[in-house]
Design a protein around this ligand. Structure first.
Ligand code: AMP
Ligand code: MN
Ligand code: MN
Ligand code: MN
Length: 301
């Protein structure tokens, strides 16, 4: 199947994390736009993929188990996509349970910081505000897919939606700019595991570690190459080269880095919802010719 896959997407999100389509809606949309090989890579959870598998995935699409894992490289938050593991692998399940706990602690930490910054809101109001946004997003998309509170992966986007709803900022971008981005108080990233340890864990599950959206870390070319070198030396196997809405020349630069650091190239839209014509499942240009596709690493043995 993978050998003949023509339209792939190895990075997207559902209401199991911060996307707006339920896993089933996402799968339906992927099939509708002609994707034949998809990885649903919610932040730090496989709840959406598991649900799809339990419901039964149509033959017209191949679903690769995936997850976008939050990690730290020094003090920077780096996202690593894991592709192609067994959904019942006990080590993977333990790892993601710990990630879920870390995300929950981080959620409480962000809420504390936000309530201190916005004294008109109590800590409980901030907690309930963000959690409510996640719950509502799930219920609105698909009442059949509503997770228990402890299984919801709360992230900064849920705080951003709550801030918009409260009229604190005009939109979610402004909420990130004012409260939630890397240099603002809403960011609390000290809970994630080290990137190198995460790469090793992913390899131990027999899965492929992919460095997510390397062009989006706001690093100089030198720093980015340091990151890619560290990722590769830790055992990383692939890096996202083709995405949506990339600046001119980015994919060629990333393809060059793949060659330099012996990585395969991956492609993913990072689709979170149908609000822009430019970000669509599977709407991805070709990999530059110098790049070997990550699909080669995902071929069944
Ligand atoms: P978290 O799960 O808390 O680490 O949030 C990360 C997610 O926030 C990313 O995957 C994006 O979906 C979203 N995000 C990050 N920066 C921004 C921004 N400036 N504006 C809107 N959404 C953002
Ligand atoms: Mn996201
Ligand atoms: Mn990411
Ligand atoms: Mn993502």
């Amino acid at each position: 199947m993978l050998q003949s896959a023509e339209k792939v997407d190895f990075h997207c999100h559902s209401t199991a994390s911060d996307g707006v389509l339920s896993p089933a809606q996402l799968l339906e949309r992927a099939i509708g736009v002609g994707v034949d090989c998809l990885a649903l890579t919610d932040h730090d959870t496989i709840a959406g993929t598991r649900w799809l598998v339990e419901q039964g995935v149509p033959e017209s699409i191949h679903l690769i188990p995936g997850c976008e894992i939050s990690t730290l490289w020094g003090s920077r938050e780096i996202h690593i996509v894991a592709l192609g593991f067994d959904l019942d692998n006990p080590d993977m399940l333990r790892f993601l349970t710990a990630q879920g706990r870390a995300r929950w602690q981080r959620f409480e930490r962000i809420a504390e910081k936000v309530s201190r910054r916005l004294p008109e809101y109590s800590l409980e109001q901030c907690l309930e505000g963000a959690l409510g946004q996640a719950r509502q997003a799930q219920e609105k998309a698909d009442p059949n897919f509503v997770l228990d509170d402890q299984d919801i992966q709360i992230g900064r986007p849920h705080f951003a939606s709550w801030m918009v709803q409260q009229g604190l900022t005009p939109d979610r971008n402004a909420a990130f700019d004012k409260y939630l981005s890397a240099k603002r108080i809403g960011n609390a990233k000290q809970h994630w595991p080290a990137m190198a340890d995460t790469v090793q864990a992913i390899l131990s599950w027999g899965a492929v570690p992919v460095l997510a959206h390397p062009g989006r870390y706001r690093m100089t070319g030198m720093k980015l190459q340091e990151l890619i070198r560290a990722f590769s030396q830790a055992g990383g196997l692939a890096m996202e080269v083709v995405g949506c809405q990339q600046p001119h020349g980015e994919r060629e630069t990333m393809a060059k880095y793949c060659e330099k650091f012996s990585l395969h190239g991956s492609m993913g839209s990072d689709f979170h919802g149908p609000w822009s014509d430019y970000v669509e499942l599977g709407r991805l240009g070709p990999l530059p010719e110098s790049c070997t596709s990550v699909t080669e690493l995902l071929l069944p043995a």
